[in-house]
Each structure stands twice: as structure tokens, then as C-alpha cells.
Design a protein around this ligand. Structure first.
Ligand code: SAH
Length: 364
């Protein structure tokens, strides 16, 4: 054990001093204690199971111009694609065959996908795969739209908040994008009954320990069901092309801190983490992650869905990804399972106030 880690566990809260120590200390004892505590919390809530989410990147068109993202609309030379309903269903069938029971439909913010079209996709997946969870990650939409998609059968929604600091948000996005609106969307999604994921990039330009503290405090108060974090990857054709990449070590420590602040959260070892280090995802699992997201998109589309550069697994078929992930996860003593992998409530976990955490009932 280490006093800084003990303090985090005892209070289930964090301040700037504690965060700086946990992120930047050179002490191997602190690092070992942090990851050991985080692993044991993960195992207490989720055992040794790691869940798979099959990712389907169904449209690369985007009306937004986020400064970090390779799909930003200003990247006009990028060839864009939209998958058809049949192509999306084919991805689901392949994923199902290889044990996936959650499908994540992700895209740029593409106005072609009206509620009617998107609801048709969701309803078709829902009727063919009754035992699977459907996760959407299609950006900011109206309450009415979120409600219609939920009513069509979607269960979960990933919308990274990107940063919980309004001034930092304005450094990462053009002025036509609103921090307040993004946060409002997250609240709306939770009210409707989705299992909701927020998250942020580690090492995005302008990020400081103080902005990270705000991210962690947002997570503690919002209590999402999932948190997606991965290192920022500098990407060609974006204004941040020459910025330094985020650090793998910082990402691992933040995964552990998030696990200890919010033990029941579902935490992916992201592809971005695997892209910056050959064993990034294994290290992520060891640091407290319990989800992996193999790519189900057709190989010809993956290169075009270029959110960030140097993405791994661009040419690997699903069978290969599945066995590769299984081997990687077994190598760190965990087990890849065939399951929806819903959020688990854990009323035994004490909070800072001593109250029982009040999470919404998962929609299953
Ligand atoms: N349009 C959807 C999906 C966005 S892509 C939405 O708005 O939610 C999913 C995530 O990829 C983003 O939320 C962002 O956090 C991450 N991302 C984008 N560009 C990145 C980069 N250059 N490096 C690392 N992660 C990036």
C-alpha cells in the first residue's frame, strides 16, 4: 500500500495535490499500489471477466470540425463512406458468430442519418439480435431523437464529454460547438434511461492537471455507466498534427484512478491505447479496464474511418481480432466472455458521504 493510494480509496474523492502525486510520482511503490488496488476493485465487481463490444463504424461523414479529429469536415480530400443497412447487419452477424453480444454503432455527425433511417437500423438489429445490447455513438442529437432511438431498441450511448473544462473545450472545438450542449446531451441520455458513457482524451492540447481534475470530478458527480479514455493521437490534416501524443503511462494511471473513484464503471482498454504501445491494451486491463472493442467494420472502410493516425488492426479480420484479443487478455490472467456485459450495481461500495450510490436502473 501507499499513503496516496490509501487516501484515494478512503475518501473516494480527489483534489489537485492528490491527483498530481498519483499522476507524476516516480515512486514504484505508488505505481504498484495504484494498479494493484484498481485491479482488485475491478475483480471485486466484475470478477476476471472482460467484455467485448463489436465496433461498427458505419459512416465517416461529419458536419463537425473538432480540431483533433481526422474526420473533421475541413479534411475535404478524405474519401467518405456510408454503410447500408444490409452491410451493418452483416457486421452484426459476423460479430455475433464470434461471441459479441454488444454492437457499438459509431459515426461522424452525419445529417443523412435522419431519425427515421437510424431508427430503422436500430430496430432491425433489435429484432434480429434480441439478446444483444445496442450502443450508439453518433454525437449530439435532440432529446426527441435520443428518445426515438431508445424506443427503437438502443440501450446504451457513448458521448465523450472530451473535457469538463469549458475554456479547454473551446480550445479543442470550433466556436459553433457548445460545451454546455454536450453536457446537456449526457444528462438527457441518462434521463431517458440509456446506460451512458462519457470520456476524454489523455494529453489533448491544453490539458493540465487542473482540467483533468475537472474531468474526474465530473465523472464522480455524473456517475456514468461507462468511461472511455485513450491517449490523444496527433493526426495529419488537423490543426493538432504537430502536437505531442498523449502518454500511455498517464492514461494507465487515470484508468486506475477512475476505477477507484467509481468502482462499478465499465472501462474500455481503448484501441488508441493499443495504437501507441504494442501492449497498451494489456496494460490497460492490468490498470483496471474490463472492456475491449474489436472492430467489426469491413476492412476497406477502416482506413477511411481515420479519427486518428496509426490505428491498429486496420487489416485484420474478425476471426483474427477475436483470437488475438483472447490471447492478450489471457496473458494478463483475465477471461474474454460471451456476454452483454451490462453495468453492475454494487451497493456495497461506500461513497465519500457514506451514502449508497444512486445510479439509474440499467436498461436491459
Ligand atoms: N461523432 C461521435 C464519435 C466521435 S469519435 C461523437 O461525437 O461522439 C470517438 C472519439 O474518438 C471522440 O469522442 C474522441 O474522444 C476520440 N478521438 C477523436 N480524435 C482523436 C485523436 N486524434 N486521438 C485520440 N482520440 C481521438
Amino acid at each position: 500500500m501507499h499513503p496516496a493510494v490509501d487516501q484515494l480509496i478512503a475518501s473516494r474523492s480527489i483534489d489537485l495535490d492528490l491527483l498530481s502525486t498519483l499522476l507524476h510520482s516516480d515512486s514504484p511503490q505508488l505505481r504498484d499500489a495504484l494498479f494493484a488496488a484498481s485491479r482488485s476493485e475491478t475483480e471485486r465487481v466484475y470478477g476476471n471477466e472482460v467484455f467485448m463490444r463489436g465496433l461498427i463504424e458505419f459512416s465517416s461523414y461529419c458536419r463537425n470540425d473538432c480540431l483533433y479529429c481526422g474526420l473533421r469536415r475541413s479534411h475535404r480530400e478524405l474519401p467518405r463512406y456510408r454503410m447500408t443497412l444490409e452491410e451493418i447487419l452483416a457486421c452484426c452477424r459476423l460479430g455475433y458468430q464470434f461471441g459479441m453480444r454488444t454492437f457499438v454503432l459509431q459515426s461522424g455527425e452525419d445529417a443523412w442519418w435522419t431519425d427515421e433511417r437510424l431508427c430503422q437500423v436500430v430496430a432491425s438489429i433489435r429484432s434480429e439480435f434480441a439478446d444483444c445490447a445496442i450502443t450508439l455513438s453518433v454525437g449530439e442529437r435532440s432529446r426527441e431523437s435520443y428518445q426515438r432511438l431508445f424506443d427503437s431498441g438502443a440501450n446504451r450511448y457513448l458521448l465523450r464529454h472530451e473535457t469538463a473544462d469549458a475554456a479547454h473545450y473551446a480550445q479543442l472545438h470550433p466556436s459553433d460547438m457548445s460545451f454546455a450542449h454536450r453536457i446537456q446531451c449526457l444528462h438527457t441520455l441518462k434521463e431517458i434511461g440509456y446506460q451512458v458513457g462519457c470520456g476524454f482524451m489523455v494529453g489533448s492540447p491544453g490539458q493540465t492537471d487542473a482540467t483533468l481534475l475537472q474531468d474526474l470530478q465530473f465523472i464522480t458527480s455524473f456517475r456514468p455507466h461507462m468511461v472511455g479514455i485513450g491517449p490523444f493521437v496527433a493526426t495529419q490534416h488537423t490543426p493538432f498534427a504537430n502536437e505531442p501524443n498523449g502518454e500511455v503511462e498517464l492514461t494507465l494511471r487515470l484508468l486506475a484512478i477512475i476505477r477507484l473513484l467509481h468502482p462499478t464503471v465499465l472501462l474500455p482498454a481503448t484501441t488508441a491505447l493499443g495504437s501507441l504501445h504494442p501492449l497498451g491494451r494489456e496494460q490497460g486491463i492490468r490498470a483496471g479496464a474490463n472492456v475491449v472493442m474489436p472492430n467489426l467494420s469491413p476492412v476497406e472502410n477502416r482506413k477511411q474511418y481515420n479519427i486518428y493516425d496509426n490505428k491498429i488492426c486496420l487489416g485484420d479480420d474478425v476471426a483474427h481480432c477475436r483470437s488475438c484479443l483472447e490471447r492478450r487478455i489471457e496473458s494478463v490472467g483475465r477471461h474474454l466472455v460471451v456476454a452483454r456485459g451490462d453495468y453492475r450495481h454494487d451497493t456495497a461500495t461506500p461513497t465519500a458521504t457514506g451514502n449508497t450510490p444512486s445510479d439509474p436502473t440499467p436498461n436491459s
